[in-house]
Ligand binder design. Structure first.
Ligand code: FES
Length: 213
């Protein structure tokens, strides 16, 4: 239903939906809508379109759930937009503006991770602290190469997108196709400044050169 709405010019907040995916992931819980005759809102990305269905994309209950989901995301997201490469093109900024939520909302206690930033790859940087666990990078990586370099590990607050055995990206077998960077909705996976003009396609990520002496 999500894509039927989008194709007809009706925006429904979403973060984890991938049009090409056969199965919706349904992880972000932002795309709530209300369907006439149903007692509770449903997620639009998991709900098929049906004949005669009446959908309210702006119902109060659905909006409340979407706002809560966004505020929970922001509670564990380091909000430092001025110093973020994704400033002004970040989906969180757009969602906040659409749903009327402040980026620095304090409804929930702020609890951010302090993971090391992985800049081992010559092409891009991965900052897991900014990851919103939408799963798009995991999906595109798997779609393109069969067995993805990136995957989910752990559960709950410790859930993270990482590589096999938590290796640095440069040692993970990453092909640097940059698909993950294209789909990352926030500033978690971003090109390095030096790579912005003409990043090579499918170049195997090299190990960083060892320092001498
Ligand atoms: S877009 Fe529906 S749950 Fe994320």
């Amino acid at each position: 239903m999500l894509w039927a709405a989008v194709d007809n010019g009706i925006y429904i907040p979403n973060l984890c939906a991938i049009r090409r995916a056969l199965e919706p992931y349904g992880g972000c819980r932002l795309c709530f809508v209300e369907i006439e005759g149903r007692s509770a809102p449903v997620t639009a990305c998991t709900e098929p379109v049906a004949e005669g269905i009446v959908v309210n994309t702006q119902g109060a209950k659905a909006r409340r759930l979407a706002r809560t989901a966004l505020e929970l995301l922001l509670a564990s997201h380091p909000v430092d937009c001025a110093h973020c490469a994704k400033n002004r093109s970040c989906e969180l900024q757009k969602l906040c503006s659409f749903l009327g939520v402040k980026l620095n909302t304090r409804r929930f206690r702020k609890l951010v991770h302090n993971y090391p930033i992985d800049s081992s790859c010559p092409q891009f940087v991965y900052d897991p602290n900014k990851c919103v666990l939408c799963g798009k990078c995991v999906w595109v990586c798997r779609e393109r190469f069969g067995i993805g370099v990136l995957g989910f590990a752990h559960r709950g607050f410790d859930r993270i997108v990482t590589t096999f055995e938590d290796k640095p990206i440069a040692e993970s077998g990453c092909h640097v196709c940059n698909d993950c960077i294209k789909v990352c909705p926030v500033g978690s996976l971003v090109l390095k400044e030096s790579s912005k003009a003409g990043a090579p396609e499918d170049e195997q990520c090299r190990k960083p050169a060892r320092r001498r002496g």
